[in-house]
Design a protein around this ligand. Structure first.
Ligand SMILES: Cc1cc2nc3c(=O)[nH]c(=O)nc-3n(C[C@H](O)[C@H](O)[C@H](O)COP(=O)(O)OP(=O)(O)OC[C@H]3O[C@@H](n4cnc5c(N)ncnc54)[C@H](O)[C@@H]3O)c2cc1C
Length: 141
């Protein structure tokens, strides 16, 4: 995945998707969409409390849940709430691996949504950066 930081003077403010929260689920969705060639903006507040289960309940009807089986908000089709908050209950073991599977499933669905919107994205994985000159150390991404 290509990581790009927009600094002062940058005029590149076009994004195909915005991921709010780079926790476990958000990072997976951002990585998967970025690998598909979509331009993803990630906004991370940092130092927030862990997401509690059930805060954006997943279900099969808008009257009794916030998101559907794809973690898409019933009320806003272009808004997904992906994370452990979709879980109606938590068992005795940690939910992270189940959430990872659900997040990757949501990312695929978002990818299909973006294709349907015919967003003008370069739908190919970005080419690897060329080798830096041997005299200058490579910058961590
Ligand atoms: C102490 C502790 C230990 C754990 N140990 C394990 C373990 O060993 N194994 C395991 O499987 N699970 C473990 N878990 C559970 C695991 O951390 C969660 O299941 C997982 O992180 C949930 O992922 P998530 O993406 O739903 O939410 P999170 O990982 O909480 O991600 C949400 C992100 O959104 C950000 N955010 C929140 N609000 C905003 C905002 N307004 N704007 C921008 N960003 C925002 C947060 O800073 C955070 O980075 C542990 C949890 C805790 C608290």
């Amino acid at each position: 995945m290509r990581v790009r930081r927009n600094g002062p003077g940058s005029d590149d403010t076009r994004w195909d998707a915005v991921v709010v929260g780079a926790g476990f689920a958000g990072s997976l969705v951002a990585q998967r969409l970025g690998a598909r060639g979509w331009r993803v903006l990630v906004l991370e507040a940092g130092r927030t409390a862990p997401t509690a289960g059930g805060t954006h309940l997943m279900g099969d009807a808008p009257g009794t849940s916030v998101v559907d089986q794809w973690q898409r908000c019933w009320d806003h089709p272009n808004l997904y709430a992906v994370g452990c908050g979709s879980m109606p209950s938590l068992g005795t073991s940690n939910p992270s691996l189940t959430m990872a599977a659900l997040a990757l499933r949501s990312a695929e669905r978002i990818h299909q949504d973006l294709l349907a919107l015919r967003r003008p994205a370069a739908l190919s994985a970005p080419s690897p950066p060329s080798s830096p000159p041997s005299s200058s150390p490579s910058e961590p991404s």
